[in-house]
Design a protein around this ligand. Structure first.
Ligand code: GAL
Length: 391
């Protein structure tokens, strides 16, 4: 049994699962549930090994002395991020499933995924480039969302793991795929640094002018996956302005000041402190927070975008990015219909996303930073999620 397990399970994350299987014979069965939190994140690699669209899928683990991150090549998704909390207890701060099958059925949650070719919405699925109009799927009626019906989150990426701390994922999106022009060669590199940062480097090239906006859609609960509301997490977003939206979540094109609105997170504020502000049409349209913040940038390169603290765990997540914006999505569409790897459900607002990005619907807003990529140019962005603890 031991050899069987070793052959199939790659990392101590997974070995936990394996050891548990060995220990939890029938007499210990009831113990499994009560010890779930200790084994949270315990993943069986076999449950990620499938053939999808003719390509094998797998699970990869990045680790350093404190952190472990599990990623699947299906949608280049972050499955689990184990971080020690203020008491040293390993806590899985990202939301996901314990098998690849559930990701294929996961509907429009985008748990942990790299979304593209265009992250977030394009109004009515239409945009013009070089005088030609392109039509994309309106998979979030009446708009296009996160690259379309499959996008980059429901395809199998090619994976290469050169060492314990790096995973390189590549995907070639054909000319015309999901209605976008140009063959796009995309590469996403996940690196777990010795400073407890999960660094994501995105790169892409095209053979025709196209639009690109890649981001990561990990849902975080810094108190642990499924461990209640995120409303008491303290959040800082380094943004003086945001892009207000219409009732279909498409930016109006205005850049609005956050001052004296529930969107002012310049000082650390509980996520839920103003969420029921009935005077805010923007909160009404978003059903809560689901907005792009314009990051304060004095120079190009990596700048601090956000800082979030788990009120119970003391786990701190700092976000740095080269991108001009960040979508703060507060889990408003989570509705408890999915069973997560912790055994809990994805209840309303029990996780948040901080999707670093160019602004939504940029192809239709000439006043927004451009998302156009030309042949011969390299699309290159970097985002870092850095973890630490506040005692
Ligand atoms: C977010 C988006 C939300 C919702 C969510 C997925 O990125 O802003 O409106 O679509 O993804 O459920």
């Amino acid at each position: 049994m031991k050899n069987f397990c070793s052959a199939f399970l790659v990392a101590s994350l997974a070995l936990t699962a394996c050891n548990n299987t060995q220990q939890n014979n029938s007499q210990q069965e009831s113990k499994t549930d009560s010890t779930k939190s200790e084994t949270m994140g315990a993943l069986d690699v076999k449950k990620f090994q499938q053939i999808i669209d003719g390509k094998p899928t797998n699970l990869y683990v990045l680790k350093n002395k404190d952190l472990q991150v599990a990623i699947t090549d299906y949608g280049a998704r972050v499955v689990s991020i184990l971080v020690p909390d203020k008491n040293g207890k390993q806590t899985d701060v990202s939301v996901g499933f314990d098998n690849v099958d559930d990701y294929t059925k996961g509907g429009d949650t985008y748990f942990g995924a790299v979304v593209g070719r265009y992250g977030n919405r394009i109004a009515k699925g239409k945009f013009k480039l070089e005088g030609q109009e392109y039509s994309l799927a309106t998979n979030n009626a009446p708009n296009h969302l996160h690259g379309g019906n499959k996008g980059f989150s429901r395809v199998v990426w090619d994976a290469q793991q050169p060492d314990d701390s790096t995973l390189i994922l590549t995907y070639i999106s054909d000319d015309g795929e999901e209605g976008y022009p140009g063959e796009l060669d995309a590469q996403v590199t996940y690196t777990l640094t010795s400073n407890n940062e999960l660094k994501i480097d995105y790169e892409a090239t095209t053979d025709k002018a196209t639009v690109v906006n890649l981001t990561n859609h990990t849902y975080f609960n810094l108190n642990g996956e499924g461990n209640g509301s995120i409303n008491n997490h303290l959040m800082m977003i380094n943004a003086d302005k945001f892009t207000p939206v219409d009732s279909t979540l498409i930016p109006t094109g205005k850049l609005e000041s956050v001052a004296s609105t529930p969107f002012d997170f310049r000082k650390p504020t509980a996520i839920g402190a103003r969420i029921n502000d009935t005077n805010s049409m923007q909160l009404k349209y978003g059903k809560g927070y689901d907005h792009n913040f314009i990051l304060n940038k004095s120079a190009s390169g990596l700048t601090k975008a956000a800082e979030v603290v788990g009120d119970q765990s003391g786990i701190v997540m700092d976000v740095y990015t080269t991108e001009p914006g960040i979508q703060f999505y507060g889990g408003n569409f989570m509705n408890g219909t999915h069973k997560l790897k912790s055994g809990k459900t994805d209840d309303h607002r029990t996780a948040f996303c901080l999707e670093t990005q160019h602004y939504p619907d940029s192809p239709n807003h000439p006043n927004f930073p451009s998302t156009r990529l030309e042949p011969g140019k390299v699309y290159k962005t970097t985002t870092i999620y850095a973890f630490s603890v506040k005692k």
